[in-house]
Each structure stands twice: as structure tokens, then as C-alpha cells.
Ligand binder design. Sequence first.
Ligand code: MN
Ligand code: MN
Length: 468
Amino acid sequence: MNQEKKILPEELFYTSKNGFDLLSGEELKKVEAYCESYKSFLDNSKTERLCNLRCIRLAEEKGFVPYREGMDLKPGDRIYYDNRGKGLMLAIMGKKSLSEGANISVAHTDSPRYDIKPRPLYEDGEMAYLQTHPYGWAMGYQWVALPLAIHGVVIRADGTSVTVSIGEEEGEPQFIITDLLPHLGREHKKKLLGDAYPSHVMSVLVGSRPLEGLEEGRRFKGNILAALYEKYGIVEEDLISAELEMVPVGKARDIGFDRSLIAAYGHDDRVCVYAELAALFDQEVPEKTAVCLLADKEEVNSDGVTGMKSMDFEYFMGSLCRSQGVDLYGCYAKSLCISADVEAAYDPSYKEVFELQNVARVNHGVAVMKFTGSCGDKSDASDASAEVVGTVRRILNQGGVLWQLAMMGKPEAGGGGTVAKFMANRNIDTIDAGVPVLSMHAPFETVSKIDCYMTYRAISEVYRNHVD
Ligand code: MN
Ligand code: MN
């Protein structure tokens, strides 16, 4: 085939580029401003419930109102629907009918952590402990000897709810899971990392002071129960109807002499949650209805009423479609979804698990993933079609977004999935894209500021849908 247009040799090649080589000083200022807002969001979003609450607050400030079935909606109207305080759907009604599809972005609000078991409290060695249960691939060896805060809710016998939050504010006590001293660790250090911290050593130390008047074997536990009763009016049985979560203490901090990175708990996946919110807030009256779905439970396979598989999304979208006399599944078939979840950033300290030509590099912008998956063979993957990748590629290039095509690592190294498949299974064209993260799932994860900003820019462009 004879190409009429002459091409320079350089234009024949594809390489991703480092944002510091491309962005102007003006753009880098926007990166900084965006990341300051993101850090503040993250500091107030330590659990999926707190994250959900923060998203609602920000949305209300931007003119979003609670959605009611049957409400009169016109283009530009901003609505949100709160699913049980742990899942959130937001939309800005577009100029076009939902029969033409919607532009959707999804992300997850939950992060790896240690949950408190339903019957958690015990004493041993004249100290009191709460038993924990790992949530979402938290690696025990990373969570010991680290200051922890507790957040959550307890439902009392009479049905009233009490919010628990201790450890974040200056002057408040914190909690800790103790570790074995290396002096006595001759056998311990020979264990495999994944086996060295079984759940029975992951109990949280919560006190060491006895309650006067109680017999041996109950007095340390009893003192904690007395303290909980005094502070919250709860008794031991109330802990059965509770959701309490242990998370690392500490705010998001800049990293490096040059402050180019951010370390914090919960970048996975609140960094994408915030990017989607900020992108949605940017839209005025979009051509197509802009929808954002923020779900819980991704780290445990997205099941349950607030997970990405929940029919609550069908309720919300179905209700919007009905208001326009449109078939829900017809709308799905013409929609585009960006499933924004974090990606493994290339870490030169662990070169062996990465395949250099397909890695996501820090500061090279939002990582677009054609597929995720595990077992080395794309099992459980949502594999976006060449056509969908082509569409997104055009949108991002036309919008001047810094982006890179990436894969998680070598197929034989492991792998991981995300929520894209649950959207794709709904017959919605879906592609993965998100922020590359160093030490993903560790109590403090690290991301680049440029990549955070470019993920927001990417989603903003998708909502704007510049494809001609
Ligand atoms: Mn994730
Ligand atoms: Mn994760």
C-alpha cells in the first residue's frame, strides 16, 4: 500500500514519555494544585465508609443532589445515589438521550486492611487484644509494629449506631500489632514471608491495665469493656453487630527531595476515585450522560450489595433510563466505561517480575491496560477489544493527555484482576486505566503526582468524549 503522507523516521516508533520532559511549568503548577486537593481528600477517606462520605460532601458542594425515583431531570442536572453508605453513583445528565449510551467511570473505595472479628476481645499475658481478620490481600509482615487507628460503626442492641474513630487526631491513643524481636527470631526468619504471620499473631494490642474487682483471667479484658462502655455506651455483645477496621495512622506526605511523589495509605484505589470525581465535577452539560460508580469490596472480589457486581447499578441506571423511556440494556450496549484502578509501577529494585517493554513507568502518565488477569494466561481478565483501545487512544491523544499502554508484569510472575470485567459482563465496552503505584497494597503506597493528575485528565476527556 502506497502511503501518500510522508513520515519522518522518528514518527515510526512508539515510546512512552516522561512527563517532566513534556509538561510546561504552568502545567506542573496544575499538577501540584490537583495533588494538594487529592491529599486532603485521602486524609479524610481512611475507610470505604469515610471515603463514601467525603465523596458525597464534595459532590454536594459541587451542586449534586440526592436522586429520587421520578424526579424531573434535564441536561446538566447533577445527581447522586448513596448505596448504604458504602457505594455511590453520581451522574450529570447529558444533552443526548440515554439511548445513545453513557460515558461511565468506575473505581473502588475499599483498600487492604485488618478488620476486627465479630467476637474479638480477649486477654493473654496480662494484656488485652482484639482479634483481626485480613481484608483484601493485606500482607501480615507489612502490618506489624506500625501505629494503627480504628474506624467504623457499632450497632447497639436498641438499633442505634455509634461511630468509632480513634488514633488519627493529635493526642489520641493508637494501636499496634506487635512483632517478634530478631534476637529470638532464629527460626522465625527462616519462614516464608507469606506464612510467617498467621492470623493468630495479628491481634491488635489494646490495653494492659486491669479493672479492680474482677477475678484473674477477666480483669484486663474487663477494663477494655468498661472503657468502651464509658466512651460509647456499648457492651461486648454490641461488637457482634459492628464493622471496625484497623488502618495505618498518618496523613499523605510528599516523597523525595524534589517532592515529586506522594506516599499514603489507600492510593489503591482512592487515587482513581478522586480522579473520577474531579473529572466529573469539571463537566457542565456533557453530550452524553456522565456517570461515576464508586463501589466497595473490590479487594474481595466485588461481591455483595455494595460491590461492583451489585444490581444496585442496574437500579440506578435503569431508573434513569426509564425516566427517558429508554431500555437499560440498549443504553449499556452503547456506553463506554473506564475502569480506573491502580497499576503496578515499574520498580527497578524488583526488575525480575517486570517485562521492560510493557511496564507502567512512574511519571509517564495514566496507565491504560488492555487487559489484566492472572495465572499467566489472561484468566479472569476483561480484555478490551482493539476497537475500544483505539477509541480511548484517540480520546487521550486528542485531549493532550500523557498516557502509556502497560501490563502488570510478566505473566508468569502472578497477576491480578479488577472490576473491569464486571462492567464488561454487563455488555458495556470497558477498558482499564489508572495510576501506577509503587509498593501496591503496602500500608503506605507511593504514586507520582504527574500520574495522579493525568488520570484525572484522562477521565475528564472521556466524559467530554472528543472522538470525532
Ligand atoms: Mn485496586
Ligand atoms: Mn488492590
